[in-house]
Design a protein around this ligand. Structure first.
Ligand code: ATP
Ligand code: MG
Length: 155
């Protein structure tokens, strides 16, 4: 695990760009809002992997014309990153199980949405490894919100 200076604002914009084909095809409205420039000391590649999985899920599980919103803000010395979508959501009984490798919650209802079911298990492992607080809330047919909490960079 590396400990380098990671510029979160640019990293998020890069991850959004990585998903631009799907975003454009589905006419998803993506919003990004940051209170200021935020830096953390972490492993850039692992943080990219975490955000790639969360943001690609938000785009993937949101219907055409939907909205995905990413924000960066500060609260009591912590950096809060929220990724929310108004997509298909996750049933309450699956909110724990979705972190198990290969488990796919909406796979029976939405067979046209493909995946391996590994993304969130990787997110869980990597956030634990990097001491990033990770929370997920969701409501079926309403949407999902993921909240990440980072420690600010030591200057
Ligand atoms: P992949 O390994 O390609 O990421 P996946 O997207 O199916 O495949 P995960 O990212 O681990 O796997 O997600 C697990 C399951 O959780 C998904 O199959 C889906 O049912 C549900 N899920 C994850 N994110 C969302 C979201 N933003 N909205 C609705 N359901 C979601
Ligand atoms: Mg996924």
């Amino acid at each position: 695990i590396l400990r380098e200076s990671v510029y979160l604002n640019a990293l998020i914009l890069d991850v959004i760009t990585l998903n631009s084909e799907k975003i454009n095809n589905k006419k998803i409205n993506v919003k990004f809002n940051a209170e200021e420039d935020f830096y953390i000391n972490s492993d850039n590649y692992l943080v990219v992997t975490i955000l790639r999985n969360i943001i690609s899920n938000a785009v993937k599980y949101t219907n055409e014309g939907g909205e995905v919103s990413v924000s960066l803000s500060k609260r009591t010395g912590k950096i809060i990153c929220k990724i929310s979508d108004n997509g298909i959501g996750i049933a309450k009984e699956d909110l724990e199980t979705v972190f198990n490798p290969f488990f796919r919650s909406n796979s029976s209802l939405h067979p046209e949405i493909k995946g391996t079911g590994l993304g969130l298990s990787i997110v869980k492992r990597f956030t634990e490894l990097l001491h990033i607080t990770f929370q997920m809330e969701s409501k079926i047919n309403t949407g999902t919100i993921v909240i990440l909490e980072f420690n600010e960079e030591m200057k």
